[in-house]
Design a protein around this ligand. Structure first.
Ligand SMILES: Nc1nc2c(ncn2[C@@H]2O[C@H](COP(=O)(O)OP(=O)(O)OP(=O)(O)O)[C@@H](O)[C@H]2O)c(=O)[nH]1
Ligand SMILES: [Mg+2]
Length: 397
């Protein structure tokens, strides 16, 4: 970028966003692609759209195969607070870990490429659960079709909330790390956070466009952001700005191209190697990728496996917020799952979007409250463990 797309292309993009079925999306995206002018500024965008088109084609082919009753389905419905996709070379111990952490029972045979379709399981952490999904092994060159599952696995990684990267310490771990990071990079999945980040949540319930600046807009005003979004025919959305973001970053966010992922590196089979060297490697990984985490384990012996759920929770960036009815003492037992940085408005969107229009104020108990029962507005940022009570102008609520 900057892409400086003509109005025609922007209109086509709007049509893609409104498309419902994969077939409609594919058609709209192909039309969008042909309306993008070819120059240096649109190179990345065009590459990204081509990738998206290829993925949609696969999704459609997979659906067809499923309807005929054949083919392997790669779609795993998200469950729990976040979906964690396990990536690793074959025999790194993904299935052994999945068995140790969840109730899933994937096959373990000690033979390469034993797992050839996604296997999900649930990991519990305190009062929430995460979904862990083992997928077929990472292979060098998979992004350009070295194996048939290549783009499907990478697609699942892009769709994941968090990655778990499993490394076999006993078999040239540095090479495995390089291969996996390179395959991800080629697929547009970055493990390093960009300087600024923009999240656009489209919702018809939002009256107009709300720009929430949690960081800084470097080269533009909120009015510029609204103008840009309107030029893409986006009229109802919450735009969140983190870090130092530019108008370019906002435009990238329109195309959902920021696919930064956090990863938990699980360095497995420490029972076969020197533990201090393994720990040194773990430290090096976190130094190089400060948004990631690394832990040294033995899935076979159960060594330090119990640390994994908490590390997943910390990396997932989810917070738990408990709702309370006015005039009641006890909050809900099941928490609302929100993202770190979520506001009262986000919590309301999860509970009942219509409440946004009738919102009066919220009361907060817990970590984000200055004092128990503090009255706050829609922009108040919530924290893990908060209790929230919502007051609206609707009688009795
Ligand atoms: N010594 C040792 N062996 C392990 C450990 N974890 C897994 N293994 C062994 O490594 C082999 C492969 O384990 P799997 O869990 O099947 O590996 P995978 O990554 O799921 O492999 P694919 O599904 O084929 O990609 C099996 O023989 C396991 O018993 C460990 O911590 N230590
Ligand atoms: Mg396996």
């Amino acid at each position: 970028m900057p892409a400086n797309l003509p109005a025609e292309a922007k209109a086509k993009w709007a049509r893609y966003l409104d498309a419902k079925t994969p077939e409609e999306k594919l058609r709209a995206l192909q039309e969008f692609y042909s309306s993008i002018p070819k120059h240096k500024g649109t190179e990345n965008l065009r590459a990204w759209v081509r990738r998206k088109i290829a993925e949609l084609k696969e999704e459609i082919a997979e659906q067809k195969a499923r309807r005929r009753g054949g083919g392997v389905s790669f779609f795993v419905q998200k469950e729990g607070a976040a979906q964690v996709v396990m990536l690793g070379e074959t025999l790194s111990g993904k299935s052994t870990l999945l068995r140790a952490l969840t109730n899933a029972e994937p096959e373990i045979r000690g033979v390469p490429f034993t797992t050839l379709k996604p296997v999900p399981g649930m990991v519990r952490y305190e009062d929430i659960q995460f979904q862990l999904v083992e997928v077929p092994a990472v292979v060098e060159g998979m992004h350009r079709g070295a194996v048939w599952w290549g783009s499907r696995v990478l697609g699942m990684a892009r769709n994941a909330d968090l990655l778990m990267i499993v490394i076999d310490l006993s078999n040239n771990p540095v090479k495995q790390l390089k291969t996996i990071i390179e395959e991800l990079r080629e697929a547009g999945i970055m493990l390093r956070r960009p300087k600024g980040r923009v999240v656009i949540e489209r919702s018809k319930a939002v009256p107009g466009i709300r720009v929430i600046t949690l960081g800084r807009l470097v080269d533009a005003t909120a009015a510029d952001v609204i103008k840009l979004l309107n030029s893409y025919r986006i009229y109802h959305a919450i735009v969140k700005i983190y870090g130092d973001a530019t108008l370019d970053d906002v435009e990238k966010a329109i195309f959902e191209r920021t696919s930064f992922k956090r990863a938990l590196f699980v360095l497995n089979k420490v029972d076969l190697v020197s533990a201090p060297r393994a720990e040194a490697l773990a430290r090096k990984i976190v130094e190089a990728l400060p948004d990631s985490d690394a832990v040294v384990v033995s899935a076979l012996k159960g060594y330090r496996i119990s640390e994994i759920p908490q590390r997943i929770f910390r990396l997932s960036g989810v917070i738990r917020v408990y709702t309370k009815e006015p005039n009641q003492q006890k909050p809900s037992e099941i928490p609302l799952i929100l993202k770190k940085g979520a506001t009262v408005a986000d919590a309301i969107m999860k509970i009942r979007e219509e409440f946004l229009q009738y919102f009066k104020y919220a009361r907060i108990w817990g970590p984000s409250a200055k004092f128990p029962g503090e009255r706050v507005g829609l922009d108040h940022v919530l924290e893990d463990g908060d209790i929230i009570e919502i007051r609206t102008t609707i009688k009795g609520i």
